[in-house]
Every structure is written in structure tokens, then in C-alpha cells.
Design a protein around this ligand. Structure first.
Ligand code: ADP
Ligand code: MG
Length: 700
């Protein structure tokens, strides 16, 4: 045999089963099965008595009889309970699903082995225990680590469960010899990091012989997975750098110094200083800069961008700043103009709504070089926008831009591509950013300007709405302004604005004219209507802004100090965090009020709790990652990297990721082309992984 053999030739698998398994789990060959890892292990060597159960921390295996079935509740609340007794005592079993199956298949009075995690509710209870007939376990050696494999609905209907897969693994491993499994890491790496050989690791991941061997197997496989990802990214980055010469900005001159000494209205935070230093260093290397600046909302990224643009200008270049929306572009334009109002520099804005006349003027001044800074939306990268000498492009809130747009920017200059700074307020855990944006250098502004009062966040149920309104009225009476945000319900391709318009009506009823004025902004408005409403709010003509998440990004109205989020349970964590970031920008105590109905899923409740607990964007993104899994981190993020890790996990394996990254770095440092004999394994394996990914991207 070899690993390419199809599983239909494995003992216990016929063509029918093979087909189902391939369809459901994408397992076609022996190798696929080898790499289908268990997600946990059950200790089958030890039996507990019902009277031994002391905590809900460990799952237990029990032997006894099941009796006293009782059906309780109606409809969706229906549940089945039963009594489970052994020779010393009894506990309760409970099922919320699959009730009929349980009723049909459990034989009363017969001895069963059950397994599950107990919880305490007027006595010990196990919900949805795994149930096994002891006859089937007979003869089997009781194992301490019995592997559990994920299955799918489709498999269950075909009567293939975790146990079936475990037994297939057994059959498979009885025919695999160590020579069948080719090592995928060079010897010198195995030795250096004390890693287990691949064959042993794979064998022990399915059938661990001890805790120690299981840990070693896991460590080896996780390392390998992370190592190859990093090797790939670093190699890609190195290849790119090789080719990408960039402008050298030698001088930090007149404009930078003039601004810094005379017009900067406050002192920079330590983090801002550090990041500006990192950028200055980039500008001297002779390579094109591609740097991601991560900083929580309000950390002062715009200023860092501005000072970097001044360096470009000091070296005789132009700069541009691109934002994802018209509102945000206008805001940046205003901010930059305010900062630069007493300096001899020109700033213009170009968006989809710019008139022909405005465009003409901008195009001319861009081409003759008299325009220093151009702010805008996507309109900036249209082909007819030609710079005389673009030296630096800043992209704000980059998760809204695609890679293709970044590439278009690179071509804006005939000589060399401009330096690119990407700014994002979506803090993502370092482990993830290293994997997703591994080709960008990363700077983090991890400090907020001094004197900010932390935003107070509370969760309130819809039933307390009157109290919340009263609070808003008090705040408005003190001169503050309020955002009220409604979720958009996506119905297939259309968005449903009903919540928003209903909300607007009830708000105008609760906050009547002439005492109160309410604005409304959403994505269906024309840009100029949106702008008009925004401006009314900015000028303080309206006290309340009812909106969808169009205001999520970038909006800066320091007098608005209260953010009310309706149906907060429908938002993801990072979105809630972004929305909250719209307040807390002035000198006033700010508040974020999360409204929800009583009915909350466990995850939704957790999200709201986390929001009330912390304002630290990095912590929130870690929690987000934990709750959602890396697979669906912010679906708008253009990652291009399939984050389907088989065994490593970016939440817990950060340290290992660092080790793997530096190992990959060292390898490429000594052998950039992977041409040394000892690295042929790496070269070959990279190719295999690459081919697989190609295959996958073709399928999806
Ligand atoms: P971000 O884009 O990172 O969310 P901004 O650049 O919009 O943050 O900055 C938020 C606010 O903080 C702005 O009003 C800005 O002028 C102000 N700010 C920036 N840096 C500082 C600083 N070092 N000290 C005080 N205020 C600052
Ligand atoms: Mg910003």
C-alpha cells in the first residue's frame, strides 16, 4: 500500500461508505484519513460511580442502567429525562434533541456505558451523554485516550459516527509502516526544536500511548503547520522585497519640523513617536514600504499619517490619503486642513461627487506638482488621476479595500511605486495579523492620548427603554449629542431598513420638535443627502443621529458622547467596538448603551458582557477570535489566506507561532532559495502544500 491508496480499499470501508466519507469530510485517500485528527480524547480506562462525581470540570464514564423516562414541556421546550443508576446511587440524564431516537433505542433495565460532562442542577445531571453497549466494548483494551472525531449531519444519517472513524483509523494504522510516512521536516530542525518524527507524531495523535507522547505529537504537528505558513509568507515577502525598490526620503525637513515645532497642538504619545520612527526608518531603506498601522479607535492614526506625508513632501513628493467612504474622506480632509491651516501647503479632496470643474483643477495641480496632498475615496485610483510624483499613499480602514486596489496604487507612479501605509482600527491579535498580513510590516499604536475618560458601557433590556430615554434627555439638556444605531437586516441580497425607519419614527415621537431635532443617515441616501444630514449633526443643529452602521468608521464628532446600539445582540464584537469608538472623543464622560431583548443566546450574552467589561480593542479582538474562531474573522477582511488550521490554533499557540516564525526566518536567512541539500525536504513540501491550496482555491 501507499498513502495515495483510496480509502475504499481499507478494511471496513466499501465503495458506498467511501463515497459518503469523501463527500462529507473530503477524505479520499489513506493520507487524507491520516491527517484527519481527533478533536479530543475520552478516558475509557476509568469508570466512576455516580457517587464519585464531585465537579463539572471533568467528563466521566459510568456503567449502569437507564430507567424512568419522562417527557416534559411542549414544542421546542420539550425535553426527555431519565434516571441513570449504578450500584451506589443515581443521577439524571437529559436530552433536548434526538428524543425519539433515545426513546426508541434504549432498552430499559439493560446495562450501558455512558460518558459525558456532569453539571449540577438540583443534583448531578448529564445532558446528551454518549451511550455505548458494553458488549461492543468487550475484548477491547480499555484505553486512556480514546479518540473523538468530528462528524457531520450527513455522516450521522449514514450511521457513520466518531466511533466508526476511530475504528477505520485503527484498521489504517495496522497496515501503515513507518517507512510509508515520509518525514516533512529536515533533521536539523527536528533536533534543534526537539520535535518528534512525523510517523510517531501522526500515530500518537490518533492513538496516544501517554500524556507525554500526546503532548509531543501535538507540539510537533502544530509546529509544522505554523512553520510552513510562515516559511511561505516570509519567502513571498523576501521575493517581493527583492524586486521592490522604493524612493529614499533622506530629509526630515522644513515642513515636518515647522509643523512639529509650531503647529502640533499637543505632544505626541509615546506610541505615536515610536511608530513615526519606524516609518522614517522604512523611508531610508531604498525599498518600497508596505506597513500596516494598527491602532485602536481614537489612538491618533491620522496624525501619524499626516506627519509621514510631511516627510514625503519634504523630499519633493506628493502624498495621498484614501478612505473607504465619502463621509470619512471629507472628515480626513477637514482634519488635515485644520492641522495645516497656517502652513504653506495645499490639500484637496476628490470623490465621486466632485464636479467636473473641481476635477479639472485637481488634475492640473496634481500633474504640475503644485498640489501636495490629495484626500479621497476610490476616485483617487481611477486611471485619469495622474500624479506628478506620488511618494506616499495612506490607505485608511483598509479592510474595506481589496488587494487589487492596493496594486492599482502601486502603479500610480511611472518610476517607482509609492510607499504605502495602511491604517486599520480593527485591532486583530498579533498571531492573526502575522498570518493574515504577514507580507506587511506591522506597527501598533497601543496607547491612547492622555486624559481620555474611559467610556462607560451598560447593557439594558428593551423593557427599560423609558429609563434610557430619560437619561438621553438629561444628557441632551447638558448639551451633549446622541447616536442611535440600528442593525441592517440582510435579506438575501437586499437590506431591510424597517428597523431603522420604525426606530426613527419612535425616536421622533419620544423626542418631539421643536425641542429636539433628529437626523437620519443610512446607506441608501445619496452622498450629498448623507453629507447634509451629517453636517447638521456636526454643527449641533440636530441632537440625535439615527443611523445604520454607515457611521461605524471614522466619524468624529467630539460633542457626541452617547452611543445607543439597538438590538446589540445582532452585532459582532468588532462592530460593536467600532461603533462605541465613535464616542469618547471629547472632554465629556461618554456612554455606550447596548439595548437588547431578553432572549439572548449564550454567545450574544458573552459578547455584551465583554463589551461592558473592557474597552481594550486588542482584548476584544482576542475574545472575538475565541468566540467566532479564526475561520470567520471579519468576513470583509481581504485575507486571501484560508485560515483553516488543522491543529494549531491562533488563540492559544501564539508562543509556538513565534518560535515557528523565527525558525522559518533563520532557514531563509541562511538559504534564501532553499537550495541546500538539507532543505530539499522543505522545498518539496512547500510545493505539495502549494498545489493543495491551488486545488482548493479552484474548487471554491
Ligand atoms: P484614529 O484615527 O486612530 O481613530 P484620530 O486620528 O481620529 O484617531 O484621533 C482621535 C482624536 O485624538 C483626534 O481628535 C486627534 O486630534 C486627537 N489626538 C491625536 N493624537 C493626540 C495626542 N497625541 N494627544 C492628544 N490628542 C490627540
Ligand atoms: Mg481614524
Amino acid at each position: 500500500m501507499n498513502l495515495d491508496t483510496e480509502i475504499k480499499f481499507l478494511r471496513g470501508v466499501g465503495p458506498q461508505k467511501a463515497q459518503t466519507i469523501e463527500k462529507e469530510l473530503n477524505i479520499r485517500t489513506f493520507e487524507d484519513l491520516v491527517y484527519y485528527f481527533p478533536y479530543k480524547y475520552i478516558d475509557k480506562s476509568k469508570f466512576y460511580f455516580t457517587t464519585d462525581i464531585r465537579s463539572d470540570a471533568v467528563a466521566v464514564q459510568l456503567k449502569g442502567v437507564i430507567s424512568n423516562f419522562r417527557l416534559e414541556g411542549e414544542g421546542r421546550k420539550q425535553r426527555l429525562t431519565a434516571k441513570f443508576s449504578d450500584e451506589r446511587g443515581s443521577i439524571e440524564l437529559i436530552w433536548f434533541q434526538g428524543i425519539k431516537w433515545v426513546q426508541d433505542s434504549i432498552v430499559k433495565g439493560k446495562e450501558y456505558i455512558i460518558y459525558g460532562k456532569p453539571s449540577f442542577y438540583q443534583g448531578w445531571t448529564i445532558a446528551h451523554p454518549e451511550i455505548e453497549d458494553p458488549i461492543k466494548q468487550q475484548g477491547a483494551v480499555p484505553v486512556k485516550f480514546y479518540p473523538q472525531y468530528s462528524t457531520s449531519e450527513g455522516l450521522k444519517t449514514s450511521k457513520i459516527n466518531s466511533r466508526t472513524i476511530a475504528s477505520l483509523q485503527k484498521n489504517l494504522w495496522s497496515v501503515i509502516k513507518s517507512s510509508d510516512i515520509e518525514e516533512t521536516l529536515p533533521n536539523y530542525i527536528l533536533r534543534k526544536f526537539h520535535l518528534m518524527p512525523l510517523y510517531d507524531a501522526l500515530r500518537n495523535i490518533h492513538f496516544p500511548l501517554s500524556d507525554d507522547l500526546l503532548n509531543k505529537a501535538r507540539a510537533r504537528l502544530k509546529f509544522e503547520e505554523l512553520f510552513y505558513i510562515q516559511l511561505n509568507i516570509l519567502k513571498f515577502k523576501a521575493d517581493k522585497e527583492e524586486k521592490s525598490h522604493g524612493f529614499v526620503f533622506k530629509t526630515v525637513g522644513e515642513n515636518f519640523n515647522n509643523f512639529y515645532n509650531n503647529y502640533l497642538p499637543f505632544s505626541l504619545t509615546g506610541a505615536q513617536k515610536r511608530v513615526i520612527k519606524e516609518i522614517r526608518k522604512d523611508f531610508l531603506t531604498g525599498r518600497q514600504t508596505n506597513r500596516l498601522i494598527q491602532g485602536d479607535v481614537g489612538s491618533g492614526k491620522t496624525l501619524v499619517a499626516l506627519m509621514s506625508m510631511l516627510i514625503a513632501i519634504d523630499n519633493g513628493f506628493q502624498a495621498c490619503m484614501m478612505a473607504p467612504t465619502e463621509i470619512l474622506a471629507r472628515q480626513h480632509f477637514q482634519t488635515l486642513k485644520d492641522f495645516l491651516k497656517d502652513m504653506p501647503l495645499t490639500v484637496e479632496i476628490l470623490t465621486g461627487t466632485s464636479t467636473k470643474k473641481e476635477r479639472k483643477k485637481i488634475h492640473e495641480s496634481l500633474e504640475d506638482g503644485s498640489l501636495n496632498i490629495l484626500v479621497g475615496t476610490h476616485a483617487l485610483i481611477e486611471d485619469d488621476v495622474v500624479f506628478k510624483n506620488l511618494g506616499l499613499a495612506v490607505i485608511d480602514e483598509q479592510h474595506r479595500f481589496g488587494v487589487a486596489q492596493r496594486a492599482k496604487l502601486y502603479k500610480k507612479n511611472s518610476v517607482l511605486p509609492p510607499h504605502v501605509l495602511v491604517m486599520t482600527a480593527t485591532p486583530i491579535p498579533r498571531t492573526l495579523s502575522m498570518t493574515l498580513y504577514g507580507d506587511l510590516d506591522i506597527s501598533v499604536i497601543d496607547e491612547l492620548p492622555p486624559g481620555r475618560k474611559p467610556i462607560k458601557t451598560v447593557h439594558s433590556y428593551d423593557s427599560k427603554r423609558l429609563m434610557v430615554f430619560k437619561f438621553l434627555k438629561d444628557q441632551i439638556a447638558e448639551g451633549r449629542q446622541v447616536y442611535i444605531v440600528y442593525p441592517l437586516i440582510e435579506e438575501s441580497k437586499n437590506f431591510n431598513y424597517k428597523d431603522l425607519t420604525d426606530g426613527y419614527e419612535s425616536i421622533t415621537r419620544a423626542f418631539p420638535q421643536p425641542q429636539y431635532n433628529v437626523s437620519m443617515v443610512h446607506g441608501r441616501l445619496k452622498p450629498e443627502e448623507k453629507e447634509f444630514e451629517m453636517q447638521r449633526f456636526v454643527k449641533g443643529e440636530t441632537q440625535i443621529m439615527v443611523a445604520t452602521t454607515v457611521i461605524e468608521v471614522g466619524v468624529n464628532v467630539p460633542n457626541a458622547s452617547i452611543m445607543v446600539i439597538e438590538s446589540a445582540e445582532k452585532f459582532g464584537l468588532s462592530q460593536l467596538h467600532q461603533l462605541r469608538g465613535r464616542v469618547g472623543r471629547g472632554d465629556y464622560q461618554s456612554y455606550c448603551i447596548l439595548m437588547s431583548s431578553f432572549k439572548l443566546s449564550t454567545d450574544a450574552r458573552k459578547r455584551l458582557d465583554i463589551m461592558c467589561e473592557t474597552t481594550d480593542g486588542f482584548r476584544i479582538s482576542e475574545e472575538d477570535l475565541k468566540l467566532r474562531g479564526p475561520g470567520d474573522m471579519d468576513s470583509t477582511q481581504q485575507s486571501g489566506t484560508p485560515m483553516q488550521l488543522k491543529i494549531a490554533d491562533l488563540v492559544h499557540d501564539g508562543q509556538l507561532l513565534n518560535i515557528a516564525r523565527s525558525a522559518a526566518y533563520d532557514v531563509l536567512d541562511l538559504d534564501p532559495e532553499l537550495s541546500k541539500p538539507e532543505n530539499q525536504i522543505l522545498r518539496k513540501r512547500r510545493q505539495v502544500i502549494f498545489n493543495k491550496e491551488q486545488h482548493w482555491s479552484r474548487i471554491s
